[in-house]
Ligand binder design. Structure first.
Ligand code: ADP
Ligand code: ZN
Ligand code: ZN
Length: 679
């Protein structure tokens, strides 16, 4: 029996790398979670290996915790640490269920064994007989009455572990299982016939019934005794798909997301770990759920940027999902109406070319705003008056984008970041959308004293106030998105106004108008994904309209009516768009024809970030930069970008270069962040 365990202590320090050897307690193996003495402290650590002996004199761990990670997930964490230039400790921390939660118990009443078969004795009241007939049961409301039966030896009352069931607000009624269209049936058959480890792309236009394919593929996997993982962009914005899985599979579904209490998350995690729940539905982080015998991994709306994690490790849940599926011999199905060029390039594509009811995709008109001079073009205005239910997308929250002084030209900027402040009128605030800084709306200019202040641009808050009829606003400033969506769905007429949140996979049959304002806003970002993002946003929003019998139409206001992403989105032509994108990326050596790695150095000290980036640059053969980025949270920033053909070699090289420069005392005022596959 190996007597040594290799333990990775869960500390955040980058310099500290395990594993470290400890004596192996009974029954402890890979995935066990221990409390170990570490220097002068005690830390939690995860067992990543076992060995027969150690070069050192290993000591005893303090305690073995109850949680135990599946060994394959430990392997996954090690892979993430290497793949995203992070540390094993940080990657392992992603896997642990919420800590410090105990199982919740409630009192349950059961029949006493010796009495279980026999008739209840006489001299019971009708109510007592009725109570006995319903055992076992939760004792709460009838505890006093049950205690009296307990005193007579008829009932036994004891605590039992209860599941803290997560609440969710289902939007739309659960629908019955429909008969599949031929295209859906073909896709389902292809998924059923796929080999372990196969990766499929379900490319279906908006409203083509992708969710129904997921549901039936999941049912088939369950029938074969396999578990299912379903990743969705954001639970709060996609209550419909969650509700459909719960309606179809009931208690077999575990929900995992950040809005749950720690207790609820703990319980859902434990149900999956124990195999009581076989289907896990959740956002990005659910890719680490301990689903047993994983047979099917679904990534819905695979184009969605929320799959990328912004903290360290900066993992991409889509890539992790592929890795997990490969490890488990599961089939991976990524679905979207606007798949990423990367996915079209790498995955086997299944098509759902039409909407389920045979309805046409709504006609899209591009509205040239170059001479309009105001937020709403008269044509858009008229269309909104005619529409019964409309969705309007404006990807900018707040009232005005920025303020300037009419006398001296001063613009109001964030004191900590090089960006202008956005006005939020109802709160009477100017806010920085990058660092959260807030200040009161100014009455006069600090620089010249003028009271003449100009407000520029329109955000969702202002638009809401300018539209007629019932208006429902959905953006990061309003409370519960599910409530807004439910209110809009229930309303007989009205306008849903909001940021990209309104373009997610909502399925409202009676929306007859979709509007995109300032559609080229996303094009103005200096990013090779700008076209892709613009195409997806316009197509997705267009996909919300005309799902019902009444049909619908879409208007796209833009200053760039000739941009390919907008022209092709208006024709619903994803094939032409992806083909063009792939050609462009091949020529420019962008992903999927290379790997990008972004290194950001930041510091409060002037010039330090740029100097550190230059030092890293010297250690790399093929890096672009350093280029200064705008100041953020009081820190100057500089960035390098590496474009590499050999991913693993580049990741290793960047990791070594950053580690070397970070260890140099000359750069001790600098923080480093490495982002593989930046978004
Ligand atoms: P997508 O995810 O592709 O945009 P959905 O899965 O939301 O499309 O499906 C659109 C609507 O069509 C939903 O209301 C769904 O219940 C319904 N639907 C799906 N498949 C069928 C079918 N085979 N027959 C009838 N209705 C269907
Ligand atoms: Zn001024
Ligand atoms: Zn700021």
């Amino acid at each position: 029996m190996p007597s040594v365990v290799q333990v990775e202590p869960l500390t955040t320090a980058r310099a500290l790398r395990g594993p470290f050897d400890y004596l192996r307690p009974d029954g402890v193996g890979v995935g066990s979670v221990l409390v170990v003495p570490f220097g002068h402290r005690e830390v939690v650590g995860v067992v990543t290996g076992i060995a027969d002996e150690s070069e050192h004199e290993p000591i005893e761990p303090r305690r073995v915790l109850e949680t135990r990670l599946p060994p394959d997930l430990v392997g996954l964490a090690m892979w993430i640490a290497a793949e995203y230039c992070s540390t094993p400790a940080r990657a392992l921390s992603l896997l642990l269920p919420p800590k410090g939660t105990r199982p919740k118990t409630a009192l349950w009443a059961m029949r006493v064994e010796s009495n279980a078969a026999g008739e209840p004795p006489a001299r019971l009241t009708d109510r007592q007989r009725a109570l006995l007939a319903t055992l076992p049961r939760f004792a709460g409301p009838d505890l006093a009455a049950l205690r009296r039966l307990e005193a007579r030896g008829l009932v036994h009352i004891a605590p039992r572990i209860v599941r803290r069931a997560p609440l969710h607000v289902p939007v739309g009624a659960a629908r019955e299982e429909p008969r599949l269209t031929p295209a859906q049936a073909g896709a389902l058959a292809a998924i059923g016939g796929a080999a372990p480890g196969d990766r499929l792309l379900l490319h279906g236009v908006t409203g083509s019934g992708k969710t129904e394919v997921y549901l039936q593929a999941a049912a088939a996997a369950l029938e074969h005794g396999r578990g299912v993982m379903v990743l969705v962009p954001e639970i709060a914005l996609t209550p419909q798909i969650v509700a459909r899985f719960v309606a179809r599979f009931g208690d077999t579904v575990a929900l995992l997301h950040s809005k749950l209490s720690a207790g609820e998350r703990h319980d859902e995690w434990a149900r999956l770990r124990a195999g009581e729940a076989r289907v896990c539905v959740g956002p990005r982080s659910a890719v680490f759920a301990p689903v047993r015998d994983l047979g099917l991994v679904i990534v819905d709306e695979e184009h969605d940027a929320s799959y990328k994690h912004e903290g360290d490790p900066r993992y991409d849940a889509r890539r992790v999902a592929e890795r997990r599926a490969a490890q488990a011999g599961a089939v991976l199905v990524a679905g979207s109406a606007t798949p990423r060029p990367e996915s079209v390039h790498a995955l086997r594509r299944l098509r759902l070319p039409e909407r389920v009811d045979g309805a046409r995709l709504p006609p899209v008109e591009v509205v040239d705003m170059r001479e309009a001079g105001r937020a709403l073009h008269p044509r858009t205005h008229d269309a909104l008056v005619d529409a019964r239910k409309a969705i309007v997308l404006l990807n900018r929250r707040g009232w005005s984008n920025f303020l300037t002084c009419r006398s001296c030209g001063r613009a109001w900027e964030c004191p900590a970041c090089d960006v202008t402040l956005v006005m939020h009128r109802s709160e009477g605030l100017l806010a920085c959308h990058h660092c959260g800084h807030r200040e009161p709306v100014p009455k006069r200019c600090d620089a010249c004293g003028s009271v003449s202040i100009a407000r520029h641009g329109t955000g969702t808050e202002r638009l809401e106030s300018e539209l007629d009829g019932p208006v429902f606003r959905l953006d990061a400033d309003v409370g519960d998105p599910a409530r807004v969506l439910a209110a809009f769905e229930a309303a007989p007429s009205g306008v849903l106004v909001g940021t990209q949140m309104v373009a997610k996979g909502h399925d409202f049959p009676d929306v007859d108008l979709g509007v995109v304002l300032d559609a080229d806003a996303t094009l103005r970002f200096p990013d090779f994904r700008a076209e892709e993002r613009t195409f997806a946003l316009v197509t997705q929003l267009a996909g919300r309209a005309g799902r019902g019998a009444g049909g619908g139409r879409v208007l796209v206001q833009t200053l760039a009516p000739d941009a390919p992403s907008i022209r092709l989105a208006a024709r619903h032509d994803a094939d032409a768009f992806v083909a063009g994108e792939l050609e462009r990326r091949r020529a420019l050596r962008y992903p999927p024809f290379s790997t990008l790695i972004r290194i950001v150095c930041s510091s409060e000290q002037a010039g330090a970030a740029l100097a550190a980036a230059a030092a890293i640059r010297e250690r790399l053969h093929d890096a672009l930069g350093p280029a200064p980025l705008f100041r953020l949270r009081g820190r100057e920033r500089a960035q390098l970008v590496v474009k590499a053909a050999d991913r693993a070699a580049a990741v290793a090289q960047v990791g070594a270069a950053v580690a070397a420069v970070a260890a140099d005392r000359a750069h001790k005022a600098v923080a480093f962040s490495v982002d593989v596959d930046p978004q």
